[in-house]
Write a protein that binds this ligand. Sequence first.
Ligand SMILES: Nc1ncnc2c1ncn2[C@@H]1O[C@H](COP(=O)(O)OP(=O)(O)OP(=O)(O)O)[C@@H](O)[C@H]1O
Length: 265
Amino acid sequence: MNDMRIVERTVDTQNTKITARGVQVHYGTSHAIKDLNVDILDKTVTAFIGPSGCGKSTFLRCLNRMNDTIAVCKVSGEIKLEGEDIYDARVDPVQLRAKVGMVFQKPNPFPKSIYDNVAYGPKIHGLTRNKAELDEIVESSLKKAAIWNEVKDRLSAPGTGLSGGQQQRLCIARAIATSPEVLLMDEPCSALDPIATSQVEELIDELRSQFSVVIVTHSMQQAARVSQKTAFFHLGHLVEYGETGQIFTNPQDPRTESYISGRIG
Ligand SMILES: Nc1ncnc2c1ncn2[C@@H]1O[C@H](COP(=O)(O)OP(=O)(O)OP(=O)(O)O)[C@@H](O)[C@H]1O
């Protein structure tokens, strides 16, 4: 019992960015997320791991209301960003997604120039007053996404003309251009080769100093390399959540143990 209290205090002293309480997700009659509770910390990389179909992407999409776009999907329970209920009727999902950015499995640059890909978000959200400010955001976002040196001489070239790894870093630049508080990444390296993967992993580590990063990954090695916290999902339940080192070396639940030792999944 004492130990439990110590754990709670440790979590409270760190900055919690997102709290989820009693979250349930249904697709029609199919129950995809079952009574999920979690605190996601600021300036931390949190990895969601677990076998295929266990609900990782579904829960990730709850965090910026991307599930709103799926007609059969119903989300209940409570999710708060910095204490504010993101499902409150007054919250505009488009504004929310500027604060909780997302990077997808497959790099998906807009069919526009490199510059316009990054400038798009700040423009539609009215974050700049003039071209000079917009130029500054585009440059700083491309620098933070570690792709500036590769594209600075061809900002008007199409984003779709870049390599897969460059496109994914461009998509990361696009996501951070609106100064989000949280960056959600759904298997961001699954379409990349090992070199591009390691570049994106290094970048994730750097982004942690400014954002709360949540990454869904099928690779336990990747979770171990990039995250400080890991959540293990199984059949719609968040089975175990803790320090990444502890989850991989000393899992408390037999289902986590089976997964990390390769017996389920
Ligand atoms: N758009 C959808 N419509 C209906 N059911 C869905 C939809 N998306 C996901 N599901 C179902 O919800 C459950 C969880 O799926 P989800 O994609 O969240 O799992 P996952 O852990 O991310 O899987 P994977 O690792 O294979 O990407 C699965 O049973 C899946 O079939």
